[in-house]
Design a protein around this ligand. Structure first.
Ligand SMILES: [Mg+2]
Length: 273
C-alpha cells in the first residue's frame, strides 16, 4: 500500500488548485472538509496556481462560490510572480506577451507597455494562450533576434480539464525556443523559487512548518521539496501511481483523496500549540 497520511498538522499549507482542490467547477472529494478543518484548527493557508488565464480575484471568487470563502490576498498565481520579477528588473519596460487578455491587462495595470514592434520589445513573455496564431510567433522570433529576453509565466505541458486537457505554456515556450535557438531565461510559476518564496511570505511560516499539497510532481512536489517544505500529493489530478513510480522526486505523503491530509486523530490545538 503506497498511501501514507501525515501524522500531524502543519502551521502552514500551500495548496495547488486544479486537480488538488477542484477539477473544473467541482470540489474534489474531501476538499471542503479538509480546508474547513485546517482553518478551524488555526492553520494558515494560501492557494497557488500556475494558470495565467484567470485573475487572482477570480480564483478567490471561485473558491468562495464553491463554499470556501477566500480573500484574494490568499491567492498566488504565476502572472503575479512574473510581474514581481519584471518590476524588480525593468519596471515599465516594453513587453510582448503571448498570452490571453487577462495577462495583458495585468501587465498594463502594473505599468508595462505592450508593443508588437519587435525592435522595441525588451521581454517576450510566453504563456498559456488559446488565441495563439503564427503572427505572434513571428513577432517573438523577430524580437528575440533583436535582443529581447524570453521569460514565461509557467511551463506546464497541459492544463487538466474534465475529460482531458488543454495545451499550456510549455508548447509556446517550445515553439519560440525551437525557431530562435534561445533558451527560456525565467519561469515564474511552480516549481520556481520565487513562487515558493512568495507563498511562504504570505503564510508567514518557516518551510519546516509548512506543507506543499499538489497533484503534480514536476511542479508542486518539486517546488515544495526545493523550498524545504513537507510535500503531499493527492492522486486526484495529473499524476497516477504508475507515473509517480518513474519519478526521481517523491512526495513525503501520497493521498488517495485530499481529506487524507488530515491526521487520523485530529486534535488541532494540541498539535499546533
Ligand atoms: Mg494541479
Amino acid at each position: 500500500m503506497p498511501f501514507r497520511r501525515p501524522e500531524r498538522l502543519f502551521k502552514g499549507y500551500v495548496f495547488d488548485l486544479d486537480g488538488t482542490v477542484y477539477l473544473g467547477d467541482a470540489l474534489l472529494p474531501g476538499a471542503k472538509r479538509t480546508i474547513e478543518t485546517l482553518r478551524q484548527a488555526g492553520c494558515r493557508m494560501v492557494f497557488v496556481s500556475n494558470k495565467p488565464v484567470n485573475t487572482r480575484q477570480s480564483y478567490a471568487d471561485k473558491l468562495t462560490w464553491l463554499g470556501l470563502p477566500t480573500p484574494v490576498g490568499d491567492i498566488v498565481n504565476s502572472s503575479q510572480v512574473l510581474i514581481r520579477y519584471l518590476s524588480g528588473r525593468a519596471p515599465g519596460c516594453r513587453v510582448f506577451p503571448i498570452g490571453e487578455q487577462v495577462l495583458c491587462d495585468e501587465l498594463t495595470e502594473a505599468g508595462f507597455i505592450l508593443t508588437e514592434s519587435p525592435e522595441e520589445i525588451a521581454y517576450v513573455i510566453a504563456s498559456f494562450d488559446r488565441t495563439f496564431v503564427y503572427r505572434k510567433l513571428q513577432i517573438a522570433f523577430d524580437a528575440i533576434r533583436s535582443g529581447a529576453h524570453l521569460i514565461a509565466t509557467n511551463a506546464d505541458a497541459y492544463c487538466p480539464v474534465p475529460g482531458g486537457g488543454e495545451p499550456d505554456a510549455a508548447s509556446i515556450i517550445a515553439a519560440i525556443e525551437a525557431c530562435t535557438g534561445h533558451k527560456i531565461e525565467f519561469i515564474a510559476g511552480k516549481p520556481s523559487e520565487m513562487m515558493a518564496r512568495t507563498a511562504l511570505a504570505l503564510l508567514g511560516t518557516d518551510p519546516e512548518e509548512s506543507m506543499m499539497v499538489g497533484d503534480r510532481v514536476e511542479t508542486d512536489i518539486l517546488m515544495g521539496h526545493r523550498a524545504g517544505m513537507s510535500t503531499a500529493m493527492p492522486l486526484t489530478g495529473a499524476t497516477t501511481l504508475e507515473a509517480l513510480a518513474q519519478n526521481e522526486v517523491q512526495p513525503d505523503y501520497i493521498l488517495e483523496r485530499l481529506d487524507h491530509l488530515l491526521p487520523t486523530r485530529t486534535n488541532a490545538q494540541t498539535v499546533l500549540q
